[in-house]
Design a protein around this ligand. Sequence first.
Ligand code: ADP
Length: 270
Amino acid sequence: TTNALMRARVAPLGARHILILAEDHTHAQRVEEVRRDFVANVSHELKTPVGGIALLAEAILDARDDPEAVSRFAARIQVESTRLTRLVKEIVDLSRLQAADTLHEPQLVGIPMVVAEAVDMVRVAAEARQIALEPVADERAFVFGDADLLATAVANLVSNAVNYSEPGTRVAVAARRVGDTVEITVSDQGQGIPATEQDRIFERFYRVDAARSRATGGTGLGLAIVKHVCATHGGDVSVWSEEGHGSTFTMRLPAASGRTAADPDRHAVG
Ligand code: ADP
């Protein structure tokens, strides 16, 4: 029936139109496939912590006479619930980003502020793992966009850098303006990412080492969110990594001049 429909639609058109309609059709099919995959992945990912919580609750009921065991299981329920909350928040964030190709009301955003906020979000985790965070930001780096989304994206990169590194190492965060582009790099001295995996890590729910990701409270969505945030800002994200030596993630975003509509003569150049 789809073919019949296609033929009916293309009949009065020329060859170029036929091609465009066929491309539209496969694009729509691909969008539908991606959506279906996402729903399947989401239900699978939600079932794991929910199932874990149910088992732990059962274990508590069975261990009522053993207060030490009860508090151990309760603590694990707490960990699983925190992960579940984060997972739901990231699923919602990602769905919103996927639904919108462009930003609603882009604002002039100073990148030094974004970097400071992102580093703040990860500071406690970094201290707990004895990892030194070293942020440097160029005062002339501005973009048009959404400050919260940008801070979330940078925080995701910094959080990964901290989680996939050993204690005593350093994580550098640098933002600079290079011509018409703002570059934000996050470099770690961690375990690195095998070359064959470097494309795939930006896919939703893809993890190189699922056990390690789970142990650090990972959801597998962090980099997919970074990728979408960059795309909605007209930029992109890439990775350079050497196994055993570390990784550098680079977000590249179109720079804004730093001049605001309310204050057109002022160049906010440091
Ligand atoms: P997760 O929540 O699992 O960290 P992400 O989407 O943020 O999900 O990252 C996907 C996978 O990419 C991770 O599970 C990990 O295997 C790998 N990865 C991401 N960042 C780094 C890094 N800085 N060093 C090593 N591996 C990383």
